[in-house]
Design a protein around this ligand. Structure first.
Ligand code: SAH
Length: 225
């Protein structure tokens, strides 16, 4: 995939250059990321476009960064791992993300699957993310200002659902919107200790659940911000 913005700003230079992205991809591979599709997207997508200019020098470090309103853009390794986990059994047609934040995870998904739906409860963050999607020419992505605990009922069922904020459980209404053989990836646990889990529908109304390791996410809150 190539993005319509060829301006130096988006291509990046110095700390935001292709070389910086290639270095990040090397770090991700060394820490266990294997899916070549995911690696290719991270190599091409300008992560610095999703963060404040003052932090551009850190855009390609493997760290979460603040995006304002007490929220963070996830660590690249976590984005890669969650995306890999969602795609492992095949490419889902329709993916729902809860927690648009900067828009980076949604943009990664939009490069890999036909349709992405993303929900954010902080309007200012959503507005910024939408501008970024437009600038990158992403047309297979729709976003909504709402409490993501409600999912996106009008567009359900989804073949895959990703939560990028952590609750102590997966809200039932979200699980109800997963197709019978769908895949859901989410951080679950207390604010200080969370586990990345994957649930896969067995087609009979039950789920196979796996734990994919320890992670650290901002909390999944209720209502709109
Ligand atoms: N996927 C984002 C990660 C952002 S951090 C990225 O790539 O940048 C998690 C986001 O989840 C925050 O923006 C937060 O506002 C949002 N969030 C938390 N609870 C939510 C809810 N109930 N509904 C929608 N968004 C929520």
């Amino acid at each position: 995939m190539t993005y319509p913005l060829s301006a130096a700003d988006l291509k990046g230079e110095g700390m935001t250059s292709q070389r910086a992205r290639d270095r990040l991809v090397g770090v991700l591979k060394d820490s266990g990321i294997r899916d070549p599709r995911v690696i290719e997207v991270i190599r091409n997508l300008p992560r610095h476009h999703f963060i404040d200019q003052a932090l551009h020098a850190h855009a390609y470090e493997n760290d979460a960064l603040p995006i304002g309103h007490g929220q963070t853009i996830s660590q690249p390794w976590v984005v890669a791992r969650m995306t890999e986990a969602l795609l492992e059994f095949g490419v889902p047609q329709k993916v729902l993300e809860i927690g648009t934040g900067s828009g980076y995870q949604a943009a990664v998904l939009a490069a890999l699957v036909p349709q992405v739906f993303t929900v954010e409860r902080i309007e200012a963050l959503l507005r910024q993310a939408r501008r970024r999607f437009r600038q990158l020419g992403l047309t297979n992505l729709r976003s909504r200002y709402d409490d993501g605990k409600l999912g996106w009922p009008d567009e359900a069922p989804f073949d895959a659902i990703i939560l990028t904020a952590a609750g102590d459980t997966i809200p039932t209404r979200i699980l109800d919107q997963l197709s019978p053989t769908g895949v859901l990836v989410a951080p679950v646990g207390s604010p200080s200790r969370q586990t990345l889990i994957r649930m896969r529908g067995d087609g009979q109304g039950d789920f196979i659940q796996e734990e994919l390791g320890a992670v650290s996410f901002v909390p999944l809150l209720g209502g709109i911000g």
